[in-house]
Design a protein around this ligand. Structure first.
Ligand SMILES: Cc1ncc(COP(=O)(O)O)c(C=O)c1O
Length: 384
């Protein structure tokens, strides 16, 4: 199993940080690269001509490796919402069809469809959180609801950001395919940690940022676009999204046909070389450790916490339905007020999500952190 990687981070022992699902710390190497990159921007005359292209392609390749994609099927974008807006500009949802979303999913994979529904004549149907935590069965039941209009698209997270419920995207894909429906996967809470192979799954779109599980900065995200949608019109019109563009006077000399792959969807002003390199480093580290080894370590930690919590009157979602790297705790009577701040004052960092407590360890956490969290929580619950 992968050992704790704590020494690669600036994380003092008094800090027990269990909140990667909100935002992760940056590895030391990423911080150093970021500082050097600021210096580089201060002296742009030192950049060699090939620098820009190398930066884009390094990030594109690193992101593609996480989901087994062809790098040219991946676009450089600034946020998940940008990716969803791009997808919504590309696909046409048939009038009368349904777009499936999850109850209390993050706003980014949901709001674009709600905004467009009335004007485009489709409906948005929400899958409610099932009492038993089995999101996959609930999603499948809504897709296959007898007598319901056809599904045009499912736009859902592969791991629910608030309760850590995991969705069997292969089963959902199969059900969508039976109706000829499209699939947009918000992989924010799973890319790099859970297996996601676009060659095998054949989704329409997959989107993920780097600032959580991929140990990167804000403002860097990636959009996988299936080849069947690569003829679509990008959100922004850029010179480099067009064919045969030369850097100089591109607007005047450009052949106005688009480049033939997902690079046409690259964001405007994509020369974010400071954060682009920082993003690449985190993704490359994740690939180096390997998804299987990372998930082994994180499930060992969440399982240890779940076992140690047994004596306390808390509910933990069924192991079969929860992601291995996120543990969401339910409290009888709701999350005690002041609990999250109280734990933070003990140096223990977790998040409140929809009345539950979300625990999200990463490779820098170890058994000492797991035990310390449980002890701090038990102490506070006892003190009542
Ligand atoms: C499931 C999910 N999607 C998207 C995001 C972030 O979206 P955006 O990059 O549009 O801010 C988050 C952040 O918490 C998330 O949990």
């Amino acid at each position: 199993m992968l050992a704790s990687q704590r020494e690669l981070f600036e994380m003092p022992r008094r800090v027990c940080y269990l909140n990667a699902a909100s935002y992760s710390p940056l590895p030391l190497r990423t911080q150093e690269a970021g500082r050097a990159a600021v210096g580089r921007k201060a002296t742009p005359w030192t950049l060699k001509p090939s620098f820009a292209g190398e930066q884009y392609e390094r990030a594109r390749v690193a992101a593609a490796r996480l989901i087994n994609a062809d790098p040219f099927d991946v676009a450089l974008i600034p946020s998940v919402g940008y990716g969803v807006a791009t997808a919504a500009k590309i696909v046409t949802i048939a009038r009368g069809a349904r777009v499936i979303v999850l109850e209390n999913d993050h706003s980014s994979p949901v709001l674009e469809w709600r905004l467009r529904a009335a004007a485009q004549g489709f409906t948005v149907e929400t899958v409610n959180r099932p009492d038993d935590g089995d999101w996959t069965s609930a999603v499948l039941a809504i897709i296959e609801r007898p007598g319901a209009p056809p599904v045009g698209l499912a736009s859902i997270s592969s791991v629910h950001w608030s309760d850590g419920g995991v969705i069997d995207i292969e089963a959902v894909r199969a059900a969508l395919k039976r109706q000829g429906a499209a699939f947009l996967v918000d992989a924010t809470q799973s890319a790099g940690v859970l297996p996601l192979d676009v060659q095998r799954l054949d989704p329409d779109f997959v989107i993920f940022p780097t600032y959580k599980w991929l140990l990167g900065p804000y403002g860097r995200a990636f959009l996988y676009v299936s080849k069947r949608h690569q003829g679509g019109v990008p959100l922004e019109q850029t010179s480099y999204g067009r064919r045969d563009v030369r850097a100089e006077n591109a607007i005047y000399f450009a052949d106005l046909r688009y480049v033939p792959d997902a690079r046409r969807f690259d964001m405007g002003e994509r020369d974010h070389f400071i954060s682009m390199e920082m993003a690449s480093i985190g993704m490359e580290m994740m690939v180096e450790w390997g998804q299987v080894a990372v998930v082994q370590r994180l499930s060992m930690l969440t399982e240890r916490i779940a076992q140690e919590l047994r004596g306390l009157s808390l509910s933990v979602p069924d192991r079969a339905f929860r992601a291995p790297h996120i543990l969401s705790l339910g409290f009888r009577g709701g999350l005690p007020s002041g609990m999250i701040d109280g734990l933070a004052s003990d140096g223990v960092y977790v998040a409140a999500r929809l009345g539950r407590m979300r625990i999200a360890p990463h490779v820098y956490n170890d058994e000492v952190d797991a035990d310390r969290f449980v002890a701090a929580l038990a102490r506070r619950l006892k003190a009542g």
